[in-house]
Design a protein. Structure first.
Length: 277
């Protein structure tokens, strides 16, 4: 069975997200832990979480993927911004324990002219200060498009971060199809070769989730502009090959395409119809 959902609004709480997932026939979903542009998170209502857990268990909505705010930059040149990243992720991971055993995804950050090596050092340092042996959440590094001074546009950079994290059994990777395409990995014509490179560099056992997106840009543009599944530069057949690939078909997929709920429902239905059981 295809495990697929989309990014949902968390503004009305956990139970509301489960209901939205059911409306669009999703059996997983992604959400922001707080305003994507930063700031404080809403207080969690334990009763809302309990109602969500009951619905999720009954409807088999799992796993859920939390997404850190975009303002989180663990490798900024500004110490205050790095401190904000650390405080935000620490708080987010504590909140994730209300829904144990799920995943938390973040963009590694931008080194802002300090150089990739400095950026990697800061990111690993933050993770080593935050991760705990008893946490139940798996923290995912997201593959990036390599825009500007982003860290994570190459698989080697993610591997370097993972190698420096002491509790790296608590870590994984989320592969974004738009980002890797924009980063120069040809997943349309050379999917097997890209996956072989990922396996050699990071290890496919580290791949825990996929952001299934198309892109407004040609291969290697390093821009990161998402498109709907049927309108971008990645052929639809290539995205269908991804969801059916033996190494990828059992992973959870999360749509981050420019859509409303009806649009997401249509894309989920399209992918379900294209999935070979």
């Amino acid at each position: 069975m295809l495990r697929i959902g989309c990014h949902l609004s968390s503004s009305k709480g956990y139970e509301a997200m489960a209901k939205d997932a059911m409306k669009i026939k999703a059996n997983t979903f992604q959400f922001f832990t707080r305003n994507p542009r930063g700031g404080n998170a809403k207080a969690i209502d334990p009763q809302d979480v309990a109602r969500f857990q009951a619905t999720a268990n009954t409807q088999d909505i799992t796993p859920i993927l939390a997404h850190a705010p975009y303002t989180l930059n663990a490798c900024s040149a500004d110490e205050n911004i790095r401190d904000f990243a650390k405080r935000t992720m620490t708080d987010d991971l504590a909140r994730m324990e209300y829904t144990p055993g799920n995943m938390y995804n973040f963009h590694p950050g931008s080194h802002v002219k300090q150089g990739v090596e400095v950026g990697i050092t800061y990111i690993a340092q933050m993770l080593n200060e935050i991760l705990t042996p008893d946490q139940s959440t798996t923290v995912l590094l997201e593959t990036m498009a390599g825009k500007g001074s982003e860290v994570g546009g190459r698989f080697e950079e993610l591997r370097e971060i993972l190698d420096r994290v002491e509790l790296n059994q608590k870590m994984g990777v989320c592969l974004d199809t738009c980002h890797v395409w924009d980063g120069g990995y040809d997943i349309a014509n050379h999917l097997d070769e890209v996956l072989d490179e990922f396996d050699r560099t990071i290890g496919l056992s580290r791949l825990k989730a996929i952001h299934l997106n198309n892109t407004q840009n040609p291969l290697g543009a390093h821009k990161d502009r998402h498109a709907t599944l049927t309108t971008g530069h990645i052929p639809l057949e290539a995205l269908i090959r991804i969801i059916n690939h033996p190494a990828l078909r059992k992973l959870p997929y999360y749509l981050e395409t420019p859509n409303d709920l009806d649009g997401y429902a249509a894309e989920i239905a399209l992918m379900r119809d294209s999935y070979i059981e």
